[in-house]
Design a protein around this ligand. Structure first.
Ligand code: KIV
Length: 272
């Protein structure tokens, strides 16, 4: 059976590296389900992250800690079915990789095999080096995540800007260089000073994707529901809202309820 020619080129870790080399910014967003992932993909986003932020935005938990590996696989499977072009990266959730490197590899394999993901993302630097190496050795692409690492929220107690102290900034740069050296294809830097993020982007050759990390990095990531304005409570400085979907959805739902209650819906043309 011959395959139909596609009018898009699939994004790979190599294409991301080439984008960095030629100075083309990388656009990344989260998605957690088939329908929205399909829209995001067709709109031209390069990387779709099935983030463990699903724990907050999809399940209503206060932190990212409760979401399980099975739940991440469920979200990721839907996303994969909706995506044709973007590289789909899936977060290893809290508790699925911290015990030891064998557990980390088992979790990463489940995400690749059961969800059909293209890559995984893990939070942390030197303390999880062994796990990342083991996953990479199995041929699974890994993205790092440094700076604010929400899975460690109870260690730090706040979601404030990270690596403001010189010692923390030095550690972060060392961690970023280590992640590059062992073979990660990219790193997310969350909520750190813009100057520090710019230095990391200059000093490592793999793509650096920022969230609250300024403009002098290789790309940006936002949580889809935040940039669409679905949530109203979360308003960090780095968030740009492109829609006020909370308002739009509320108005649409109210209109529907009114139409039903006033016997207006369905009308003659809307029935059989
Ligand atoms: O889980 C997530 O959505 C993330 C992004 C904030 C980078 O890790």
């Amino acid at each position: 059976m011959s395959k139909v020619a596609k009018d898009y080129t699939r994004i790979t870790t190599n294409s991301l590296s080439e984008m960095k080399q030629r100075g083309e910014k990388i656009a990344m967003l989260t998605a957690y389900d088939f329908t929205l992932a399909g829209i995001v993909d067709k709109a031209g986003i390069d990387i779709i992250l099935v983030g463990d932020s699903a724990s907050n935005v999809m399940a209503g938990h206060e932190t990212t800690l409760p979401i399980t590996l099975d739940q991440m696989i469920y979200h990721a499977s839907g996303v994969i079915r909706g995506v044709e072009r973007a590289l789909v990266v899936v977060d290893l959730p809290f508790g699925s990789y911290q015990s030891d490197s064998k557990e980390a590899l088992r979790s990463a394999i489940r995400i690749m095999k059961e969800a059909g993901a293209h890559a995984v993302k893990l939070e942390g630097g030197s303390q999880i080096k062994e796990s990342i190496v083991r996953i990479l050795q199995a041929g699974i692409p890994v993205m790092g995540h440094l700076g604010l690492t929400p899975q460690s929220i109870y260690k730090f107690g706040t979601y404030t800007v990270r690596a403001k102290k010189e010692s923390e900034a030095i550690q972060l740069i060392e961690d970023a260089k280590m992640l590059e050296e062992i073979g990660c294809f990219g790193i997310v830097l969350e909520k750190i000073p813009a100057k520090l993020a710019a230095k990391v982007a200059r000093e490592v050759n793999i793509p650096i994707i920022g969230i609250g990390a300024g403009n002098e990095v290789d790309g940006q990531v936002l949580v889809l529901h935040d940039m669409l304005g679905m949530s109203t409570e979360f308003s960090p400085r780095f968030l740009r809202r492109y829609l006020d979907l909370n308002k739009e959805i509320t108005e649409a739902v109210r209109s529907y309820a009114l139409d039903v209650k006033s016997h207006d819906f369905p009308n003659d043309k809307e029935q059989y």
